[in-house]
Design a protein around this ligand. Structure first.
Ligand SMILES: [Zn+2]
Length: 200
């Protein structure tokens, strides 16, 4: 009945079907909506990603859609003008308002974790060395992963790790790294390239 109603709305009224409908529990703010000024680079992932890397922005967080969108616009300028990236490095970012902000999205190669171009980078906006993101932010990230699996844009058996597990970085902060190490997908042994601390 619900599907029929959607079809009716789509066919008879011309209303677009919300692309987030197949991903319950999350709100993804598309890059057009937060005011992206630079086109997403067109380098598609060549395989369904098997790795997810969690980051934090090591900055103030944002608590409303307006302030989070402003943060995204500034981040894009920083990533491109200062760091020399072609776009925002992350595939997705989680705002303090519990919304998910589209970076490069599911299908485009990101620029976030060296050695793992075929992976999805998700960054929590804020600094999570000493305290955790809110429960709504954590829930949004977990729902996003479930959504990716459901849509077929993330491998069913993907592993989740922190940036620090694969690189010389403290990202995503001690508290957040402790949190993701309890997630069912956390599998550091899946990494072929481990962090620099273990190599010494
Ligand atoms: Zn990071």
């Amino acid at each position: 009945m619900f599907i029929k109603l959607l079809l009716y709305l789509y066919i008879c009224t011309g209303l677009a079907i919300d692309p987030n409908l197949d991903c319950p529990g999350i709100i993804i703010v598309p890059r057009d909506e937060w005011g992206s000024v630079i086109p997403k680079i067109d380098e598609e992932l060549s395989e369904t990603p098997k790795f997810v890397f969690i980051h934090h922005t090591e900055s103030e967080t944002c608590s409303t859609q307006n302030t989070c969108e402003e943060y995204l616009r500034n981040l894009q300028l920083y990533d491109t003008n200062i760091l020399g990236r072609k776009d925002v490095g992350m595939n997705f970012l989680i705002g303090g308002d519990g919304r998910i902000y589209e970076g490069r999205g599911w299908n485009t190669v990101g620029d976030h974790t060296p050695g793992y171009p075929q992976s999805i980078g998700i960054s929590f906006i804020g600094n999570y060395d000493d305290f955790l993101p809110t429960s709504s932010m954590i829930k949004a990230a977990k729902n996003l992963l479930n959504c990716g699996v459901k849509k077929g844009t993330l491998d069913f058996e993907h592993s989740v790790n922190g940036h620090r597990d694969a690189s010389c970085s403290h990202c995503p902060g001690n508290a957040l790294h402790g949190e993701i190490s309890t997630w069912s997908g956390f599998r550091i042994h899946d990494l072929s390239y481990r962090n620099c601390w273990e190599k010494k």
